[in-house]
Design a protein around this ligand. Sequence first.
Ligand SMILES: Nc1nc2c(ncn2[C@@H]2O[C@H](COP(=O)(O)OP(=O)(O)OP(=O)(O)O)[C@@H](O)[C@H]2O)c(=O)[nH]1
Ligand SMILES: [Mg+2]
Length: 451
Amino acid sequence: MMEDTIAAYSGGTLPGAIGICRISGPQAFALADDLFFPTKGGKMSQGPFYTMRYGQVRAGDGRALDLCLACCYPGPSSYTGEDLLEIFCHGSQAVVACILERAMELGARPAQAGEFTKRAFLAGKLDLTGVEAVADLIESQSAAAAKNAVSLLQGGISRPIRQMREKIFQQLTHFYAVCDYPDEDLDPFVNEEARKVLEECTAELDKLYQGFQRGRVLKEGLPVTILGRPNVGKSSLLNSLAGYERAIVTDEAGTTRDVVTESVRCGDTVLRLSDTAGLRETSSQAEKMGIDKARESARESRLVLCVFDGSSLLTEEDRQVMETAQGLERAAILNKWDKGALDFPEVEQAFPKVFRLSAKTGEGVSELCQWLAGLTQGEGETLVTSARQAALLGKAAESCRMAAQSAAMGFTADAFLADGEEAVRLLDEVLGDAVSEDIVHGIFSRFCVGK
Ligand SMILES: Nc1nc2c(ncn2[C@@H]2O[C@H](COP(=O)(O)OP(=O)(O)OP(=O)(O)O)[C@@H](O)[C@H]2O)c(=O)[nH]1
Ligand SMILES: [Mg+2]
């Protein structure tokens, strides 16, 4: 049981139309009666609950701080599982500050980052996959990422994990029995059954683990690097896709020196798009370093967009660019379409996909954008987006695999139990049923105050 009553601002950036102050804990309703005075009916603490009530928020001296709405949610049927008060005031910085100050006077203390959600977790309202899904949902930058977060929140990952945990645990119980009565042999049928269940779980865990790479792209954006020789219009392309002048564009070759990365939305998906220094031989130290970074960025990306000046013949430098992109996922951009379009059989041959466009006028850019958006289209499954969960799922898959092997080869019950138990423990850790305080703390530190 949490002793403290906590208060924080939980709404969006101020000033705004409406601000939300949240107060949660054993004193929340007592505090509500001294803080919010409904125009009609009795005190807040007497209900009706889960109902918006109109009234005044008052300061200590009885002066009205705001005329607005408030709602009491008795625990355990509240977000935090405790008594919870929400005041929907006008979105003024001053009003919010006064309301919170009054709440502190009345005995609340300021909530820490993520503390409302932490209380929900401790009250068993959410497991850790749900907690991390809340953070994902708040941070989501695209409709696809939000959709995945909601499906995580609905148990899209935790449900199958719980089922697997139960299945593995059931298999373990047979083997516990054998350990307790070592004279009895294991029924070969039990061994076979255990092997089958563990193999199924291994496959399912492998799949969840592999989904993380796509889940991460969904959440953080698809890493894409723009590569090309100087002056072909790489920075212009970044700006055109970003929709504003993110990078400096000049007609001097060698303008960009550093990697400039920007989140760019294409349809339902988000790219982490990096503009880079033009590849060429140079004596400038800074430019050389920039070129090294460009190559590194290309290697680490999921896709390289090689930009060429579509209005002039290929140069030796262009060929170097093509060489750098060899072996990587790549597409070619024949830029400066507005200046005339030459044929580039060499490029057509070297790239699975070629776009003609003008980064300057924007012609042809939406076709590129559409294609990029299609690259991350999921198959509708729920994807793991947390590195913490993915690491545990990978290890759990390994433990399951070893346990399945023990069962298949008829190893002793101890061997099977060690790996099977480890798998169960790892799955519990994913859900947060067996995690250390440090881990919980680390997860909630991702949140901001008020969540
Ligand atoms: N006509 C025309 N000019 C363009 C187009 N794209 C870029 N330019 C011009 O080409 C010049 C170079 O553009 P940048 O975007 O700076 O080229 P960059 O590849 O980033 O060059 P570096 O950073 O030096 O490697 C600028 O003068 C741009 O205005 C285009 O589609 N059409
Ligand atoms: Mg540039």
